[in-house]
Unconditional design. Sequence first.
Length: 189
Amino acid sequence: MKRSHAFDPAHIDVLESEDRKIWQNPIEILGAVELQLEWVAADLGCGSGYFTVPLSLKVRKVYAIDVQKEMLNFLEDKMKRLKIENIELLLSDSDEIPLEDECVDFLMSINTLHEFGDRKTMISEMKRVMKKDGRLLIVDFKKEETEFGPPVGIRISKEQAISLFEGKSFALSKSSDTPYHYLLVFIKA
């Protein structure tokens, strides 16, 4: 995947910090979608697996997808420690999601929308891999100054994010804000 701004794996401890639960609690965020135990899910830009692991407890299977091998290696070690067996790690190296057509019920992209080099292609790919009536969760940094996060200049505003997806076979079903992020849930039409 061509990226405009990729998170440096050398700072993986930031992704795993206990403080992160205060400003980005995975249980609360995943609660925005009524997840089903029989679902197959994908975490696009899974990073250290901060959201992947709690998601794996709520669905049948999770594809953990990232463009950085270091992130997948870290997650693999975490999976072994926690004895998690329903996560499949997938390395992606282009503007393609390495999955079959219409194979996931739920796809999430947390703090990665601003990283996609070719957003139009990635949205098309999301649409391709999701089942009809599938759920899409987008969470990203608000386009305003914060004490952490990517540079404001590369952030995608909530309004921009909605316009990227709405009308492209996705219908917005939920929208909310946290102090640092916006949360959008779409349904694939």
